[in-house]
Design a protein around this ligand. Structure first.
Ligand code: FPP
Length: 239
């Protein structure tokens, strides 16, 4: 099978990686940013046009205050330090998730990353930040209700295709491959609508140990899968 157009990653296991080394969780998240950098570069080299990463979930607010602030700090650092390189390499940065309730400095950085890179065409890096799929779907339903109230849409016009236009991922392709590290085997409220037909690959390594080779390995596993999208395999059509 052809290589995936869109890979989405649940970067899990930073805390356990740190614990196994007797380090604070913050050190795990810092190492996680390194793995993220390497993965973006590798995906670019492999000509993967879309990469989505789950950087902060709407449920992550329940973590201790200090850890939430570490993660916010890392996002700021990532954008400040890496935006120029991403831009130089023709990467378009997009952000999904609820931006309304974020601190204004974070919101500004996310807006800046998107507007600086909006005409880049080599690769798309989608950062899921303050993202939860149920929240995204509920926000989409709210926008749809507003469009109906304004007379721009009738109930009969609601279809999966028209609904999709209200999601944060409108105009993005669905992920072909969803990778989760750390051995956990669940989606944890990530891209629930968009991953309806994605191939799921669960890798046993913790996120900070993920690298170019692990990405190639996940793509290899994906390539061996038989995607049918609810139909039958091409070779079985005549049987
Ligand atoms: C999961 O590890 C990871 C996260 C909650 C956040 C992912 C964040 C990064 C990779 C670094 C930050 C990058 C940006 C751009 C903000 P965990 O803490 O759930 O690990 P555990 O399950 O082992 O405790």
């Amino acid at each position: 099978m052809a290589k995936p157009t869109h890979i989405a990653i649940i970067m899990d296991g930073n805390g356990r990686w740190a614990k196994a080394r007797g380090l604070p969780r913050a050190a795990g998240h810092r190492a996680g940013v390194e793995a993220l950098r390497e993965t973006v570069r590798a995906a670019g080299d492999m000509r993967i046009p879309w990469l989505t990463v789950y950087a902060f979930s709407s449920e992550n607010w329940t973590r201790p205050k200090a850890e939430v602030s570490d993660l916010m700090g890392l996002l700021k650092l990532f954008i400040r330090r890496d935006l120029a390189e991403l831009h130089r390499n023709g990467v378009r940065v997009l952000v999904i998730g609820d931006r309304e309730n974020l601190a204004s400095d974070i919101k500004m950085l996310l807006d800046e990353a998107e507007s600086l890179t909006k005409t880049n065409t080599n690769m798309n890096l989608v950062i899921a930040f303050n993202y939860g799929a149920r929240d995204e779907i509920a926000r989409a339903a709210r926008k749809l209700a507003q469009a109906m109230a304004a007379g721009n849409l009738t109930a009969g016009e609601i279809t999966p295709e028209s609904f999709e236009a209200f999601l944060d991922t409108a105009a993005m392709p669905d992920p072909d491959l969803v990778i989760r590290t750390s051995g956990e085997q669940r989606l944890s409220n990530f891209l629930l609508w968009q991953a309806a037909y994605s191939e799921l690959v669960f890798m046993p390594c913790y996120w900070p140990d993920f690298d170019r080779r692990k990405l190639a390995e996940a793509i290899e596993i994906y390539s061996s899968r038989d995607r049918r999208f609810g139909g039958v395999a091409a070779q079985d059509v005549a049987l």
